[in-house]
Write a protein of this length. Sequence first.
Length: 346
Amino acid sequence: MRALCTVLAAVGGCAIALAVALAPAAGRPSVAGWVLLGPFPMYAAVLLAIGVTLLLQPVRGRLEQLADRWVFGARLDGYRLLSRFGAALEKAQGPATLLQELAETVRRGLNLTWARVRLDPDVARAGSAQGVGAGKRADPALVVPIIHGQRVLGSIECGPRRDGPFLKEDRRLLGYLAGQAAAAVHNIHLTAELSAQLRLIRRQAAELSASRERVAQGQDAERRRIQRDLHDGVQQEVVALTAKLGLVRQRLGRGDPRGGQDLAELHQDLGTLLNGLREFAYTIHPPVLSDQGLLFDPAAGHGLGLTGLADRLDIVGGALRVDTAEGEGTELRMEIPLTRPEDIDA
């Protein structure tokens, strides 16, 4: 059909040139006669025909476009198809939009019954779009892989063409489109991975901040408890012993026989104070484990022991892992880096 359009354009040009050359024979002034002022030579007619043919090139191109549309329908040529998809890539708002534009461009550009773009499951999970298509779908007539580097990111599935089998030009064009799509899909995949890493870092930063806050609150609560216990317990007993010791001193100075009895009571009070100090120290750091050693109920949730230990390890950049199974005991593993991160405050 394209060759026929070319022949028609050439014949039309020659016909116009011949008509111009023969115009003097009919008694009408000719362009050639006006230029050469004499009989119209053959070489001038040939040159004129060539010039007219060149001038008719736009007409030939338009005729070829009309012929293509008549034969191939609404199918686009390769350059316009690539240009249209390139413009769609710039306007794509996300992976789903990109895949939809690619499927629609392939379907309309190659005049297919349907087209679909599928992504690898890992890429689809990162980009939140597994596959989209345009038109009714069935078994694909042609599958073109979307490859970036050595990794297959997905594929373009093409339904049958409306105007016959796939041509070599169609396969080459689909390869170009798959190459453009591979770069775009890879960039979207990287963006999704970076976003996931950023969310993870933010969550870890929030957990670290919360653990530091729990440590600070726990230390403050412990300090207040110690202050209260010292004020209400040991401090009052020491004040009482100080007053009693002064009374014993006065009695002994006067030779009062009750001084010896007071010394015995003072010795007993000091023993009571010592026991109180031991109990107080026990409440700060208990020397033994309670609740039958390492046994605990996992359903009870986090307590103060392991949570506090994990928080303190987080401060120095360490980690705590607890592995337990029925009948196998419990393994507590603490990992502490040899060098503490510079951005961690002591």
